[in-house]
Design a binder for this molecule. Structure first.
Ligand code: 5GP
Length: 194
C-alpha cells in the first residue's frame, strides 16, 4: 500500500536492528484518515470471505481493526491482556510472548462474543515472530470458529511470523512488507520478491 509505505519512510523510526517505531500515526498518536484507508484496503482484500467478526489484541491493533470492522460492517473484538486471570470459565485464553516488551501476557476474549458460527478476520499492527496472531488463532480454535485470514499493517519479513503462518496454510495479507533495516533505513520487499 503505497501511501502506508510513504508514511513509514516519512515518520517511522528504526530502533536497534529490528524494531520500527511508528508512534506518530499508529501506536500512540493515530492518524484516523490513514486508518480508514487501511480498513478499506483490508476490506478490498478479504471481501470474498463471509467475515462476521474482526479480532485483534489490545492496544495497538485496535485502531486498524476498528476501521476494518467499519468497512465490513461487523463487530470488532479486542483480546484483553491480563497478568493473572479470574473468572476463567467465561473466557477463552491464550498466552502470548510480547516481542517488544519481552514479557508473556495472557490474552482473553469473553465466550459470549465469539461463537462457533463466526468467521473471523484477525488484524494486527505488526507481524514479527507471529506470537500475537498465534494467540488469537488459538482462541478462534477454542471457540470452534473459522479463521478467514490475517490482515497485517506492517510485516517484517525477516522475522519468523510469516513463515509460521505459511506453514499452517493461513492466508496473510500485509499492507507493507519490510525486508530489512539498513543503516537505520527501511527497505521494503519489492513486487518481484513478494
Ligand atoms: P509478534 O507476536 O508477531 O512477534 O509481534 C507482534 C506484536 O509485537 C505486535 O502486536 C506489535 O505490538 C509488537 N511489535 C513487533 N514488532 C514491532 C515493531 O517493530 N514495532 C512496534 N512498534 N511493535 C512491534
Amino acid at each position: 500500500m503505497k501511501i502506508l509505505e510513504e508514511r513509514i519512510l516519512k515518520d517511522g523510526q528504526v530502533l536497534g536492528k529490528d524494531v520500527l517505531k511508528v508512534d506518530n500515526f499508529l501506536n500512540h498518536q493515530v492518524d484516523p484518515m490513514l486508518m480508514q484507508q487501511i480498513g478499506q484496503e483490508f476490506h478490498r482484500l478479504f471481501k470474498d470471505q463471509p467475515i462476521t467478526k474482526v479480532l485483534t489484541v489490545e492496544s495497538s491493533g485496535i485502531a486498524p481493526a476498528i476501521f476494518t470492522g467499519l468497512a465490513f460492517n461487523v463487530p470488532v473484538i479486542f483480546a484483553r491482556k491480563h497478568k493473572s486471570l479470574t473468572l476463567k470459565d467465561e473466557l477463552y485464553t491464550s498466552t502470548v510472548y510480547s516481542y517488544t516488551k519481552k514479557v508473556s501476557n495472557h490474552i482473553s476474549i469473553s465466550k459470549k462474543f465469539l461463537k462457533a458460527d463466526d468467521v473471523c478476520l484477525v488484524i494486527d499492527d505488526f507481524l514479527a515472530n507471529g506470537q500475537a496472531v498465534e494467540g488469537l488463532m488459538d482462541i478462534v480454535g477454542q471457540a470452534g470458529a473459522k479463521l478467514a485470514g490475517v490482515g497485517i499493517v506492517i510485516e517484517k519479513t525477516f522475522q519468523k511470523g510469516r513463515h509460521l503462518m505459511d506453514e499452517k496454510g493461513i492466508r496473510v495479507e500485509s499492507l507493507a512488507r519490510i525486508k530489512a533495516f539498513e543503516d537505520g533505513k527501511v527497505i521494503f520487499l519489492d513486487d518481484q520478491e513478494a
